[in-house]
Design a protein. Sequence first.
Length: 132
Amino acid sequence: MVSNEVKEKFVELRAKGLSFAKIADELGVSKPTLITWSQELKDDISNMETIQRDSFYEKYRIDKLKRIEDFSEELDKVWVEFRKRDLSAVSTDKLFSLLTKLQLSLDSEITPTRFFGKKEQFDYFPDDSWIA
């Protein structure tokens, strides 16, 4: 009899997209058995794929938020310096160019906020009952 740990490892490997042949080599289980397990454990595999996908999404989201934060901080620094400059100074062109590039980088990272659903769902105070 095969332990639950082996089946759990199978689910994990299959959810990562490994082939039956690679999993068979790693776990020491025959391909026909793995195919049977795949049918029996399809919901578990699907759930594990979802968990892995969510994990990647969360990492990407955090990385993206960090980039937005970094671009924003640099843009703030450039704006402070830019405001100090006399526009007739030669080095202002370079500073303006940097400002433009940072703004474009920041804009490319930000996606517009979108709400879904019926408009009525977003009426936070449908009547005056919230007023004391």
